[in-house]
Every structure is written in C-alpha cells, then in structure tokens.
Design a protein around this ligand. Sequence first.
Ligand SMILES: [Mg+2]
Ligand SMILES: [Zn+2]
Length: 208
Amino acid sequence: MPTQASNRQEHPRAAVFLDRDGTIIEDRGDLSDPAQVVFFKDTVPALRRLAEKFALFVVTNQSGVAKGTITIEDVQRVNDYVEKYLAINGAPIAATYVCPHQRYSDCQCIKPNPYFLKKAEREFGIDLRRSFVIGDHPHDVELATRVEATGIYLLSGHGMKHRADLPVQTIVVDGIREATEQVLTRGSGQQTERQTANWGASPATPER
Ligand SMILES: [Mg+2]
Ligand SMILES: [Zn+2]
C-alpha cells in the first residue's frame, strides 16, 4: 500500500489545493504574526476528512510582501504555524506555496497561473485532473480550470464580493465544511480502473 509519506506512488494521488486567507483562516489582511491567525471553526474537522483521501496543499498570493507591508519571513512564520497546527490536529499539509509578487509584475506564480500546481504534479506525483481547488476568489476557480481540476468557490472570506464575476457553472458553497462535502461526493482521491482508461487517452495539460 502506498503511504502518505511517499512522494512517488504507483497510482498518482489527487490533491486538494486550499487558498489560505478567507478559506481556512479568517481574512484579516496581511498577516505578519501567527498570533493573528484565526482558523474557521470548520477547518480542522473538514481538512481531517480530506486528508484521509487527498494530499493537501496551501496556495496563497501574498502581495503584501512585494508592497512592503509584510516580509517573506513574516509570511513564512504564519504559514509554519498554520502547517504545524493542522498537522497536530490530523490534517498535514504536503506543501505551502506562496506567491510574494504583485499582479502587475507578471510573475509566473501568482494565481490563477498554475505554476505551483504543476510543481505539485511534478514533485508529489499529483494527478491534477482528479484534484480540487478551494478558495474565496475567482482566481482560485480559474486556477482549477487551467489544469482541468475542479474549482469550488467559497462565500466565506471575500467570497460575496466577487460572486458575480464567476463562470455560471461554478460550484458555490458557504464555507470549507460544505466544500469538503462537495469534494468527497465528487471525488474519492483514489484512481479507479475506469478513470485510468478514460484519462489515458487524453492529451497532457499544456504548460502555461
Ligand atoms: Mg482568499
Ligand atoms: Zn508570483
């Protein structure tokens, strides 16, 4: 049996890519200190359920670094705390990916560019097309679309603000608990024979 610890597995794992602010913790602007982190009450039970079947990643845009309002070390400290807290509570994060740039700088890692998802695909053997992205910004949904994963939009965080900007078919739910229900209903995280056959015929997702 493949174990969670091994990166290379016979059958690629599916993943859930989680936005950080407004998705697993409250969005309180640029966080510079772990003491500012407030987890949503549903986060731990939801992520613990997801972790049974999926590799979990956090993908976050932290433009405050480029703007000079926070440092990359601040972001790292906050992320280390988030990871440690979740690991202790039974929901280990495989990796946390941070884009520290501003949108106008046209970096390749800012969401919705799928740079970090491609990295997870390479480094953790993740099957992106059976994976999910959960977040409270249309960029999180677009991120999923770009790799043929499934995006789930949350109304927590800033979700209400951009709801009108979503593609009509977008899955929209209240928060991380409801998103987890959607993920567990739609995907098992395990590869089946039928899926293997179907996907074997599909062309690879192009790099962007
Ligand atoms: Mg967010
Ligand atoms: Zn970037």
